[in-house]
Design a binder for this molecule. Structure first.
Ligand SMILES: [Zn+2]
Length: 92
């Protein structure tokens, strides 16, 4: 099984368990011990100590959606800029 955060192979834990750790709220699915210790646990502690509610959606999914939204906004903006420039050219 691969880690849903770093995509490397999930390690076997000391007790022989091969299923990794719950990767939420960083991502959905399972993660390796290194990602659990370095990303998942610190993120949970940070959220709890900030007094915020635990996210209902994985942060990886939220970031992917934001990237898509930004890409879409950029396309629209480029489109508008192109239109404005063409109108200027035609009027000038
Ligand atoms: Zn990992």
């Amino acid at each position: 099984m691969k880690c849903s955060i770093c995509t490397s192979k999930i390690d076997v834990q000391a007790n022989g368990y091969e299923g990794g750790h719950n990767a939420f709220p960083i991502s959905n699915g399972r993660c390796c011990t290194r990602c659990n210790d370095n990303e998942v646990i610190p993120m949970r502690i940070a959220i709890i100590s900030s007094g915020r509610a635990m996210p209902t959606q994985a942060l990886k999914d939220i970031l992917a959606e934001q990237r898509k939204a930004r890409a879409l906004a950029k396309v629209s903006l480029n489109h508008i800029t192109k239109q404005v420039n063409e109108e200027r050219k035609n009027n000038g």
